[in-house]
Design a protein around this ligand. Structure first.
Ligand SMILES: Nc1ncnc2c1ncn2[C@@H]1O[C@H](COP(=O)(O)OP(=O)(O)OP(=O)(O)O)[C@@H](O)[C@H]1O
Length: 397
């Protein structure tokens, strides 16, 4: 969709901001450009909408050389969001959002209806915020209006230059999440500039890590964190890249351990025998519908056995099972898994199929989590699926 072919930009004073850059962004892909200040990210982006002209090379948009397209016409196909949102202070939020459709000659009513739809999409109720002026909004709300405005004419391409740079970390994370949700709906081709590696990892389908005017690595986040291409990239992504990697590695069914499973209505005797047969100290407890209820320990079951006769009828697992809320759907990140374990002070979490049925798939323990991370790194190195890769792990103690 966007293709850079040997693009170089030298400014009049001799500064080479971008040096022989070649890369491609696929349709619907979100590529983050990350790197230290002055490495050429903004120059790269501004060449796409011809705010800056390259010295050498060419840029293609949907196969068309952009140097042959009228810049004004070109910019209508490209939404642009910058840090200083640049809203018109004397126009309402609704009119700001409707600016581009208006310029495109849409009728006022249609333009405003579209603007209201977009404000809704970015999480601003148009009936509450539509008639306000920009200085009556918080920084985060202004950024959302900026995103809504950029999307108003439904351009296939979005350029975003540090759009969330000016807001505090909490609002920033919320805007990032909202933007990811939005992108999953609108699937624009996005170039997103940031100097924050966390943001690049979080948002990018692929990340371009910039050195001085050059791309040092252009890969999916997990590959940048797992196998940095150069010492520079390793240094840039940080010594804690293993931790960052947790957030881009998801739980797969093959990562899970399979403890014994018993049901709420199983008799204590039957459940205890089951655990004894497998030499297990605890079992997962499911209800009739195969949904997670919790767990039961071998000690509770055997203790219960010796106290038999207290109740009428035979005791069941229901009498001794404990509820368990520490669970995640398969596909959640290993970081969420680790965080859930800590939050519930649990030695393992249950993993459910998450496809609406919420069937129990297995459990993730710290050892399995570590193994999953190692296998995903190894799988990437050889270009295989994680399930196909074996790694040696530290033996259980
Ligand atoms: N108009 C200009 N004339 C001369 N040099 C320029 C001009 N604009 C940018 N530069 C230089 O080009 C280099 C790349 O700048 P650019 O703005 O692309 O970097 P950046 O990676 O976006 O940085 P930041 O994260 O600080 O915005 C820098 O050395 C900058 O000083």
């Amino acid at each position: 969709m966007i293709r850079f072919e040997h693009v170089t930009k030298r400014y009049a004073d001799g500064t080479t901001a971008v040096d022989d850059l070649s890369f491609e962004v696929a349709e619907g892909e979100l590529v983050t450009l990350v790197g230290p200040s002055g490495c050429g990210k903004t120059t790269t982006m501004k060449m796409v909408n011809r705010l800056i002209e390259p010295t050498e090379g060419r840029i293609l948009l949907g196969g068309e050389d952009i140097s042959t397209v009228d810049p004004v016409e070109l910019r209508r196909r490209i939404g642009y969001v910058i840090q200083q949102v640049g809203l018109f202070p004397h126009k309402t939020v609704l009119d700001n959002t409707a600016t581009v459709p208006h310029l495109l000659g849409w009728q006022r009513k249609k333009a405003r209806a579209r603007a209201a739809e977009l404000l809704d999409l970015v999480g601003l109720d148009p009936s509450v915020y539509g008639d306000r002026y920009p200085d009556q909004l918080s920084g985060g709300q202004r950024q959302r209006v900026g995103v809504a405005r950029a999307l108003a004419a439904d351009p296939p391409v979005l350029l975003m230059d540090e759009p969330f740079g000016a807001v505090d970390p909490v609002v920033r994370e919320r805007l990032q999440n909202e933007f990811l949700r939005l992108q999953s709906q609108v699937r624009k081709t996005v170039l997103f500039v940031t100097h924050d590696i966390e943001e690049a990892v979080r948002l990018g389908d692929r990340i371009a890590v910039y050195g001085e005017g050059r791309i040092e690595q252009f890969d999916p986040p997990a590959a940048v964190l797992g196998s940095p291409a150069t010492p520079y990239v390793a240094d840039f992504v940080g010594a804690d890249r293993g931790l960052k990697r947790l957030s881009v590695t998801s739980i797969e069914a093959g990562d899970l351990e399979q403890p014994p499973v018993v049901h709420l209505d199983d008799t204590v005797g039957r459940a205890a025998a089951r655990l004894a047969a497998e030499g297990a100290r605890w079992a997962v407890v499911l209800d009739d519908a195969e949904h997670l209820h919790g767990w039961v320990s071998a000690d509770a079951l055997t203790g219960a056995g010796t106290a038999g006769g207290v109740r009428k009828g035979e005791a069941t697992v229901r009498d001794h099972a404990r509820h368990m809320d520490a669970w995640l759907p398969v596909g959640a990140s290993l970081k969420q898994a680790f965080s859930t374990m800590l939050q519930h002070d649990a030695g393992w979490i249950a993993v459910l199929d998450g496809a609406g049925a919420d069937h129990f798939l297995g459990v993730l323990t710290p050892a399995r989590l570590h193994e999953a991370l190692r296998r995903s790194t190894a799988a990437e190195a050889v270009g295989a699926a994680r399930a196909e890769v074996e790694v040696e792990t530290v033996a259980d103690v």
